[in-house]
Design a protein around this ligand. Structure first.
Ligand SMILES: [Zn+2]
Ligand SMILES: [Zn+2]
Length: 251
């Protein structure tokens, strides 16, 4: 039971900071926050993503490229152009690393205002940090697993972020329903996104990428991350930009 709770905390904790911070803040800038809050969120992202830490800069720039070039040859990840899910993830990893190391040239519109904390990113993305988290997960499993099958979740803990990436970037461009017809292949994976905290409303998001709420087009599309953002906004921790909160029922 302890192991299951641990995996659930890692799953939703890591995912929350991916969608709330990396996606809706770094890439799409749907809200603002103070520099101090931003730094705290950087540290919380490292805490919850652990061995899978993704930098806001690498993610933000790459993700803007995904929106600009969705399902074309220039898309950093697309099931249309990659032969297998592993080929896609390997290419994604390579492009992400090249952006972070500034090995490839990217247009200024992709880097504009993307937050970056270079020294912290260098530490949180280091092999030292990743391996230390891996060892900590291993020690936790060793201490609390009560049956052999619980170890099946160990690789899930180690590769949480790539698993989340596969669900949205691969399956979210193949399976599901469509609210908005578009040139790209984005789909809404679930009627109620219990698994991906709103990221699963991927077709809605491709249509209205600057909107803070990924759900809200159909009555059953409840975006849990957006609910938390409304709370943080009410508490004054973040400030939602007015043009990002319009929830229009278009269907
Ligand atoms: Zn997409
Ligand atoms: Zn996006």
């Amino acid at each position: 039971m302890t192991i299951l709770i641990f995996i659930i905390v890692l799953w939703y904790g890591g995912l929350f900071f991916q969608t709330f911070f990396l996606h809706r803040y770094a890439a799409h800038q749907t809200y603002t926050m103070s520099k101090l809050t931003e730094r705290i969120v950087f540290i919380l992202t490292w805490f919850f993503q652990g061995s899978n830490y993704l930098s806001a800069y690498g993610y933000g720039v790459m993700h803007r490229m995904h929106h600009a070039y969705a399902d074309t040859e220039k898309d950093p990840h697309s099931p249309k152009y990659d032969l297998s899910v592993f080929a896609m993830m390997w290419r994604t990893k390579t492009i992400y690393t090249d952006i972070n190391k500034q090995k490839i040239e990217v247009e200024p519109k992709f880097t504009k205002n993307v937050p970056q904390w270079k020294s912290f990113d260098a530490f949180a993305s280091s092999w030292f940090s990743r391996v230390a988290w891996g060892v900590a997960y291993f020690a936790f499993f060793l201490a609390f697993s009560t049956a052999w099958w619980q170890w099946l979740f160990f690789p899930v803990a180690l590769f949480m972020a790539p698993i989340h990436g596969v669900i949205i970037n691969w399956y979210g461009h193949i399976y599901g329903y469509v609210n908005f017809k578009s040139k790209d292949t984005s789909k809404n994976l679930f009627k109620f996104d219990f698994l991906m905290m709103g990221e699963g409303y991927h077709n809605n998001h491709h249509k209205h990428s600057s909107r803070a709420n990924f759900g809200g087009v159909r009555w059953h599309e409840i975006d849990v991350t957006y609910m938390i953002m409304l709370l943080l906004n009410a508490l004054g921790i973040i400030k939602l930009k007015p043009n990002t909160v319009k929830v229009r029922r278009e269907l």
